[in-house]
Design a protein around this ligand. Structure first.
Ligand SMILES: [Zn+2]
Length: 669
């Protein structure tokens, strides 16, 4: 908890540090700490009556409530903590512009949103990793520009929005996009309080409070006052803090050693070190400040795989700090050999690069368990074979989600979308009017003008005259692969073909701008090998190293998919998922293995998930289990051999499908 407290205080001292991301499991009192921070921040002066918190000393020239008179009365108020709930709407964040009123009455009706409320304060997002991607983009834009911007049909409003961003997340529920991770200056890992001493302290406080609530509150108020005074003092000292050359050299050496991308890490680290010095009442940055700054500013910026342990390698940090302190100004630190992980590789058969160290873990647990249970159809509990190389990728046929989606633009399934829109038609708005179809609106209003008593030149519009533009194009999807890596698939040649197929589908997904994820199952468990992301490189690297062998926990794989999709739907509700299960349909590990797998499949079907089973069964005797699984998933089965776009029948449907839209597909089939 001390790191969290320190991070929040450093941001209070120097808002330029750039916010805090708090990572930790549930029940760690993250939110309580964050909320307590706001009470400690010095109050601010605002222009009286301005809804956008303009500073009287320098009012926003574009303020919608402005222009403000320089002599406008000022007011003093506490710094705000604005909470942004995960299920929030776009209008609630950026504010709402009532276009209907603006058009019909000619007034600009703008209701400020949460970004306006958070200006010059703290914007707090609990479970930030579950925030809808579309809203994340809005936040990133505002954070980068320091302003918020709303436009509806040519009417626009903009206002300043600079805030301290604080987010909390439970990493078990999915990671954050790298772009958003990078927006947070610092990260802190918190664990639930298990230390007896800390627990005792919590209990003691509670008892003290119960015995004497007023006295307790008074003592706390006193402590808070002192803390607030110390923040104010540190703020005043901040401009005087000197970041000397040795400290700066250490910072750049550490950033280089941990292979962080871009210069942002160096800058955040420098600001943090300076804030630390000011907080300690010093005017010079020490080596210890640099060390602490590295621990807070770097963990989320180093290049890492989803399974890497959080935090920094302390030994490496100390070594780097020592080396760079001993060095002459011009001798750069010499890196000894390759880092723990090279850049992810496009996936040639020769390159298992990066992340190999996490592979052994599932093995260990599997071998432990294999002694206790004996499943009838299990293969020998031998260590897994070395990973089979992937066959060369090829162009795959187009797999789509049926129906009409509303997701972000792309090249996969049919959707109402702006990007790649082939057709535009008019329709009555279903929710708030987004994009006016002017011609259709005038047309709808025209016949009623006499009856409505039109006299002047203005058109008499009513709410139900409005028509909006509906554009139909293609959306991108979330393609979630569930890949069987068990013994039944482990024939080396077969596995190469399977990996080649998945690699081909991955590349196809990349070209169609999909988000991709991958779950693999073998032995005793299913692993989310690639949390939903847009990085096809990471997916390819994971695939390349995929070990095979062991039992076939198909049900576990499907259940993992169900859970992953449930969380992803919270995060990105408009993006429709396409589940691609790569399997021969077999399930082992007990007599219930197959029925369990079918129940899991039905659960996915009930969730409304579009699914395709890539049937990998081979050999002279075929059981047809994959096709059966597809039925339980209410999806389609495609034989591995038929996955290529140039297997003749599909070439035809694929072309028609891509070029002329869905309607022609049936004719060709
Ligand atoms: Zn203002």
């Amino acid at each position: 908890m001390d790191d969290l407290r320190l991070s929040l205080l450093l941001n209070a001292v120097s808002p330029q540090v750039g916010g805090v991301l708090v990572r930790g499991e549930k029940g760690t009192a993250k939110s309580t700490m964050v909320r307590a921070l706001a009470g400690l921040l010095p109050s601010i002066a605002v222009v009286d009556g301005c809804r956008f918190a303009c500073d009287p000393a320098a009012p926003d020239t574009q303020c919608p409530d402005g222009p403000h008179d320089t002599a406008a009365p000022a007011a003093e108020r506490a710094t705000r903590l604005v909470e942004l709930p995960v299920g929030v709407s776009e209008d609630r964040i950026v504010g709402s512009l009532d276009l209907e009123r603006a058009l019909a009455e000619g007034v600009k009706a703008y209701e400020p949103g949460l970004l306006a409320a958070a200006h010059r304060g703290v914007l707090y997002i609990d479970e930030v990793n579950l925030l809808n991607d579309h809203l994340v983009d809005l936040l990133l834009d505002a954070a980068a520009m320091g302003r918020s911007y709303v436009e509806r049909e040519g009417v626009s409003v903009r206002h300043a929005a600079r805030f301290l961003l604080v987010g909390t997340m439970n990493p078990e529920e999915g990671e954050l996009r790298p772009q958003l991770l990078d927006r947070f200056g610092l990260t802190v890992e918190v664990a639930a309080t298990r230390e007896p001493v800390e627990r005792a302290e919590v209990v003691r406080r509670r008892l003290a409070y119960d015995a004497d609530p007023e006295g307790f509150a008074e003592r706390w108020a006193q402590q808070e006052k002192e803390l607030a005074a110390r923040i104010t003092a540190a703020r005043a000292l901040l401009p005087a803090v000197l970041l000397g050359d040795p400290a700066l050299r250490q910072i750049t050496a550490v950033c280089a050693a941990f292979e962080v991308d871009g210069l942002r890490a160096d800058i955040v680290m420098a600001r943090t070190a300076v804030a630390l010095a000011a907080w300690a009442g010093r005017t010079e940055v020490t080596a210890e400040d640099v060390r602490t700054a590295a621990q807070l500013a770097l963990p989320h910026r180093r290049r890492r795989n989803p399974f890497d342990a959080p935090g920094l390698d302390e030994e490496k940090l100390d070594q780097t700090l020592e080396q760079s302190a001993a060095e002459e100004p011009d001798g750069g630190p010499d890196d000894d050999g390759p880092g723990p992980e090279g850049p992810p590789d496009g996936g040639g058969p020769d390159g298992p690069s990066g992340g190999g160290q996490d592979a052994p873990e599932p093995e260990a647990s599997e071998q432990e368990k294999s002694g206790e249970e004996s499943a009838p159809s299990r293969t020998a509990p031998a260590p897994p074979q070395p990973a089979a190389p992937a066959a060369s990728p090829y162009r795959t046929r187009l797999l789509t989600v049926p129906g009409l989606g509303e997701g972000a633009g792309g090249r996969r399934s049919r959707a109402r979308t702006d990007s790649g829109g082939h057709t535009v038609r008019a329709a009555r708005p279903t929710g708030a009017l987004q994009r006016l179809h002017l011609a259709a609106t005038v047309q709808a209003a025209a016949p009623h003008q006499l009856a409505r008593g039109r006299d002047g030149r203005a058109l008499r519009l009513r709410r139900d005259d409005f028509r909006e533009q509906v554009r139909e194009g293609r959306e991108s999807n979330l393609v979630l692969f569930v890949v069987d890596a068990s013994g039944s698939m482990a024939a080396r040649q077969r596995m190469s073909a399977v990996k080649g197929a998945v690699l081909s589908l991955l590349m196809d997904a990349y070209q169609r701008r999909d988000k991709i994820g991958m779950i693999t199952f073998r032995g005793s468990e299913a692993v989310l090998a690639l949390p939903p992301t847009s990085s096809v490189e990471v997916g390819a690297a994971r695939l390349e190293q995929l070990p095979t062998g062991g039992r076939t926990p198909l049900a576990a794989g499907l259940l993992r998919a169900h859970e992953t999709l449930r969380l992803e739907r919270l995060r990105d509700p408009r993006r429709r998922p396409l589940l691609v299960v790569v399997t021969d349909g077999r399930a082992t590990g007990g007599s219930q293995a197959l029925p369990d797998a079918r129940r899991a499949a039905q659960l996915l079907a009930a969730q409304g998930t579009a699914a395709v089973v890539v049937d990998c069964e081979s050999g002279p005797v075929r059981l047809g289990l994959a096709a059966e699984l597809a039925q339980h998933l209410a999806g389609e089965a495609v034989r591995l051999e038929e996955l290529a776009a140039d297997s003749v029948t599909h070439l035809v449907t694929d072309l028609i499908h891509t070029d002329r839209g869905h309607s022609k597909q049936k004719e060709a089939a």
